[in-house]
Design a protein around this ligand. Sequence first.
Ligand SMILES: Cc1ncc(COP(=O)(O)O)c(C=O)c1O
Length: 369
Amino acid sequence: MIPINRPLISEEERVEVMRVLHSGRLTDSSLEGGFMVKEFEKTFANFVGVKYAVAVNSGTSALLASLLSLNVGYGDEVLMPSFNFVATANAVLITGARPVFVDIDLNDYTIDIKDLERKINKRCKAVIPVHLYGHPANMDPIIELAREHDLVILEDAAQSLGASYKGRQTGAIGDLSCFSFYPTKVITSGEGGAITTDDEDLFVKLKMVRNHGIVSDYNSEVLGLNLRMPEIGAALIKAQMKRIKRFLEVRRKNAEMLSESLDGLQGIKLPREKESCVHNWYLYTIFVEKNRDEVLESLNKRGIGATAYYKIPVHRTHLYTRLGYGNISLPNTILASEHVLSLPVHPGITEQDLSVITSSIREVIKTNF
Ligand SMILES: Cc1ncc(COP(=O)(O)O)c(C=O)c1O
């Protein structure tokens, strides 16, 4: 099977991880964190183009820490797309606040500006644009609306490390931003995440929140949890950072090869980079006009790990249906959930894999169109 994504681990990562194991310092519960965590945070902030980064133990923890540091809670509402992985909405729900689901733009599968404007109300405290599949959300109008309505912008950049909008990297545009380093992501720490910001007060608070709100003497200053990134994970991702540029270049080259080869094929719509945007090609997602599920099954049978992200939008999951969201109208979200599928584009695939993928797509689409 050609997997949809897989981590690329080299000797350098092994050496860095072994350094931690030899040192015996597996974690550090001080406010600043351990040696590897601090080193990684500096490199990461520098790469994204922000002043501060705080490493945590997952992308979900990054979202939760961000919301806690903003005092989002009961009575507040947070705007976000439903066409997304469930983590974003769950992090809001667990604070006691209410997610408000917004429809998407079918050109890039990110939040739809007109629907966002319609859904803003007095209880809304924040908006979470998700740079889905690695394509940046339409940030300028989001910033304008956020200023007008006094909303905090929390970017969900879990999938978009290395993508940029009008020359600024995703993760360096909003008030604060969250990344995930789950093994399918552009770079990995095993499980892990980070928050980036230019705001020093938020930076200090985030470090407290990831550590039970403790600054010293086991004396909690604010509400937090253990959200710390282990030193082994930090060592692994610190080494991955050295290869990120290359990973992104290969993703782009692979995406270009897929686009060149599939251009003009009837029955599918290819992903496009919008003007002034740089896609990181975390996922190469096509819109299949007919029989998406049959196409998906045939590709899987041929050994191609094509995957539909996301067949069930968050508001239609059992949990959110029970919470009363099931019948809200999000027509583009439903359309996308019924028609998209993502193809392998990661740097671990070969030219031979790419030609197997494109020839299989041609055959499978022909029989299903
Ligand atoms: C858009 C989005 N947000 C949040 C997350 C949560 O990240 P994690 O799985 O590291 O908790 C993910 C992870 O897959 C994601 O894709």
